[in-house]
Design a binder for this molecule. Structure first.
Ligand code: SAM
Length: 228
């Protein structure tokens, strides 16, 4: 059964309507100027041992897919991405697949309603978007990622990772919030996911931040084939 669209006043809908495009307009030049990314280098290093089995990759909150493209070229994998920004998705679909000859397809969608079949990915990557997901959609986002990731696959989560859970007004639009919490815990707490690796850095630098509010982490989890 298809999932319902987000409520018209939800943060997801605001990102579909405007804020996704606004994020992309603010950041596309900076993304385009880079040819390597700290977080994707970690994913490649940690998962290189299973390279032959990583053939399908999904990035949730992919922007224009620049990082997804980097991951997919390394693993020689097919890439799918979702983002609420039509500008980012259209731009990525036009440029990256052609430029690098990878199989990359981006879709306009949000984390809480993924347009993919069950167990269709070997690696699912939350690309720094869970902090923007409405709190009454967060378990849908967790459930959707779990649904589309095969048993024995990997889940990577890039997001804020403060000492204490809290929310902050979203700088760019009144009425929206950034929700900061340890997102890997949503998956590991049930015992079905095992923490393979975690790297802690910050929003502004590639090393650990003593300021808990600035902390960002990349967690790589393994989805157990038989958790009992
Ligand atoms: C901080 S950016 C990260 C973009 C890209 N992954 C990167 O690392 O450059 C957050 C992205 O999440 C997207 N986003 C916002 N709300 C979302 C949601 N509910 N589901 C999926 N993506 C969302 C935004 O449009 C934006 O592209």
């Amino acid at each position: 059964m298809p999932l319902l669209p987000p409520a018209s006043d939800s943060q997801s809908q605001v990102f579909l309507d405007s804020e996704g495009d606004n994020w992309f307009a603010r950041n596309k030049a900076a993304i385009g100027a880079r040819n390597s990314f700290h977080e994707t280098e970690i994913i490649k290093r940690v998962l290189e041992f299973d390279r032959d089995n990583i053939n399908t990759v999904l990035e949730i909150g992919c922007g224009n897919g620049a990082k997804l493209d980097d991951i997919c070229r390394f693993f020689k994998a097919e890439g799918s991405g979702v983002d609420p920004s039509s500008a980012a998705v259209n731009s990525g679909n036009e440029s990256f697949a052609e430029q690098h000859k990878t199989t990359l397809k981006l879709h306009i969608a949000t984390a809480s309603a993924l347009p993919f079949a069950d167990a269709s990915f070997d690696l699912v990557y939350f690309g720094f978007c869970l902090y923007l997901v409405d709190r009454d959609e967060i378990y849908k986002a967790v459930s959707e990622a779990d649904r589309v990731l095969r048993n024995g696959g990997f889940l990577a989560i890039l997001d804020f990772d403060p000492m204490q859970r809290h929310k902050r007004p979203y700088h760019h639009k009144p009425g929206l919030f950034s929700y900061k919490t340890s997102y890997a815990d949503f998956f590991t707490a049930g015992g079905h996911y095992y923490l393979v690796a975690k790297d802690s850095f910050s929003h502004s630098a590639d090393h650990f931040s003593t300021d808990s509010d600035e902390r960002v982490s990349l967690s790589i989890l393994y989805k157990e084939t038989d958790p009992y």
